[in-house]
Ligand binder design. Structure first.
Ligand code: GDD
Ligand code: MN
Length: 390
């Protein structure tokens, strides 16, 4: 049985909403046995938030944290959760979009031993949203939710109305990497919440003030997703980066080849040089972006081993493609298809060789599944972050 809950309310210019919110939270929670308190985390709003909270704290169990040096919904929520001393933490928007009346049912749901995360959800049977949602907001929400599907079975992982055990939060607190504003999704993944349950709610449009979430935050969501995917499936992410570097090598090869031909180098020699240039470019890019956690101090040996792996991959590519083309009638008339299968086979073997057999140094004793964060290379220098991050 859960006995206490901290209700975390991130705010930015929500002074008008807070009194209504507090009344409704109190009415809802006072009807239960739960010990509760509210932690408002405000990012130095230039409105009456501080005065309003002071007034409210005389009547309700309310604590205000004002952050002056940081801005952001997700980090505000994390700050509030850290400050909590309750058994569970629940996050709710200040703008009355989320019904406080659903809180007791959410905590009740979380009480089930196997349940580790509860969402006040728009997208389960019984859940609704206000009708005024334009097509853009709706589409936006559907796409954002769809992109998160592989990470969690939840129907509404984008929600800002959710609860989890404080002990689960504490266990994952050091792993949190909060960019963007989907803090619920970040917590589901990092706290490894497999059993997510949803309580239907009606999501109401805000009455006062306006949404604080900009397009920039939405773009940050894509970066956030990339980090979460990399965290959950580090080796798949690595393979994708390897494939992207390989594709860039095709362009490098083509450009180098046409330049060399223009310089009147004979084609066979030009082709060989172009392959070598592309392979070297692939080496530098992979060293920087794909195997950054596995480079050794010995640059030359890394390079030689990479070239051996690449040439093996290329030889396999060629063998598979020509074998298919010369053996099967299907491929006889479609040499490009045979070439494609060859590329896939070559890429895979090349990647496996680089990864498994010590190319780019021995596999480091790093917490691979814990993502790239805090990894150290063999030489003891911090590994650089994956592409596009930060
Ligand atoms: N401390 C702090 N700092 N709070 C913030 C900040 C910030 O930089 N930005 C927003 N907030 C607070 C708001 O004051 C509000 O209480 C809550 O976070 C949600 O912000 P809204 O501006 O109301 O966001 P929204 O309605 O567009 O988005 C809501 O719905 C989404 C799903 O449609 C949020 O709940 C999102 O988390 C949710 O994904
Ligand atoms: Mn809102």
């Amino acid at each position: 049985m859960i006995t206490s809950v901290s209700i975390i309310v991130p705010t930015y210019h929500e002074a008008e909403n807070l009194p209504h919110l507090m009344e409704r939270i109190a009415a809802s929670l006072n009807a239960t046995e739960l010990k509760w308190s509210v932690i408002v985390v405000d990012d130095d709003s230039q409105d009456e938030t501080v005065a309003v909270c002071e007034g409210l704290s005389e009547k309700f169990p309310l604590e205000l944290i004002v952050r002056k040096s940081e801005r952001g919904l997700s980090t505000a929520v994390v700050a509030g959760m850290r400050a909590s001393e309750a058994e569970t933490v629940l996050c709710i928007d200040a703008d009355l979009s989320h019904p406080p009346e659903a809180i007791p049912a959410m905590i009740e749901t979380l009480s089930a031993e196997e349940c580790d995360f509860v969402i006040g959800s728009r997208y389960v049977a019984g859940g609704t949203t206000d009708d005024e949602w334009g097509i853009f907001r709706w589409l936006n929400s559907v796409i954002a939710t769809g992109l998160a599907k592989p990470l969690t079975s939840a129907n509404d992982p984008m929600a800002g109305f959710f609860a989890l055990r404080k002990s689960d939060f504490d266990a994952a607190a050091s792993k949190l990497d909060v960019i963007g504003y989907k803090i619920g999704l970040e917590l589901i993944v990092k706290c490894d919440c497999r059993e997510v349950r949803e309580v239907p709610i009606h999501f109401a449009d805000r009455q006062f003030g306006e949404s604080k979430l900009s397009l920039k935050e939405q773009l940050n969501y894509l970066r956030h997703l990339k980090k979460l995917y990399t965290y959950r499936w580090p080796e798949v992410a690595r393979f994708i980066r390897f494939g992207m570097v390989g594709s860039s090598g095709v362009i490098v090869n083509m450009v180098a080849l046409s330049l060399l031909i223009q310089l009147s180098v004979t084609p066979p020699l030009a082709m060989a040089i172009a392959i070598w240039i592309a392979m070297s470019s692939n080496f530098f890019l992979n060293r920087e972006f794909t195997f950054q956690d596995r480079t050794t101090a010995n640059f030359v040996s890394d390079y030689v081993r990479f070239c051996l792996a690449s040439l093996t991959g290329a030889a396999l590519n060629w063998s598979v493609a020509t074998f298919l083309w010369s053996t099967f009638s299907l491929f006889e008339n479609a040499p490009t298809l045979a070439g494609l299968v060859g590329i896939a086979a070559g890429l895979f073997v090349n990647f496996t060789l680089c990864r498994r057999f010590g190319f780019f140094g021995k596999k480091q004793a790093v917490q691979e599944s814990a993502g790239q964060k805090n990894n150290e290379t063999a030489a003891g220098t911090p590994a650089s972050s994956p592409i596009g991050s930060r």
